[in-house]
Write a protein of this length. Structure first.
Length: 161
């Protein structure tokens, strides 16, 4: 398997994986993914089988804002390539590839790239049951998020370099 950044041509495959990983109320639409790709394709990290099959990806915009806001999911134009914080909108792995280290491999690359780009760190939100997972990568819980994305409770997680 290998990791690469995205191109606009990846939109359909990304939307299919997103739909397989999140409930409809939480998943980015194909249109949102295409818009994100138009603004920050280099901030989509794709893990593929050697035959090109997409199995996992992580994406998110860059901003100077320290907190992930719901508007960021919907408005790709808020991306600031020179921003301090790498936001992580989704950590997606096809169900058949879970518990094999795929998401961890991509997350480690995102963290390494954000550090190499001089960011202050990475920010994400997750459900309570995943707080411990992200803590393994150095993220620290900042408690319940202001996010109401998808109508569920989220926890703010931050990794500071």
């Amino acid at each position: 398997m290998h990791i690469r950044t995205a191109t606009p041509a990846d939109a359909a495959a990304l939307a299919a994986v997103e739909a397989a990983c999140f409930p409809a109320a939480e998943a980015a639409t194909a249109e949102e993914i295409a818009d994100r790709l138009a603004h920050y394709a280099d901030h989509f990290w794709l893990l593929e089988e050697d035959d090109g099959t997409l199995v996992s990806f992580v994406d998110g915009m860059v901003t100077d804002e320290p907190k992930l806001r719901d508007e960021m999911y919907e408005t790709a134009a808020l991306h600031n390539e020179n921003g301090a914080w790498q936001m992580i909108f989704g950590v997606n792995t096809l169900p058949a590839y879970r518990r094999r280290g795929c998401a961890g491999q991509v997350l480690e690359r995102v963290i390494a790239d954000a550090r190499a780009q001089g960011r202050q760190g990475c920010v994400l939100t997750c459900k309570d049951k995943l707080v411990h997972y992200y803590e393994k990568f150095g993220f620290v819980s900042e408690g319940i998020s202001q996010s109401t994305h998808g109508g569920v409770v989220w926890y703010d997680m931050r990794l500071t370099f």
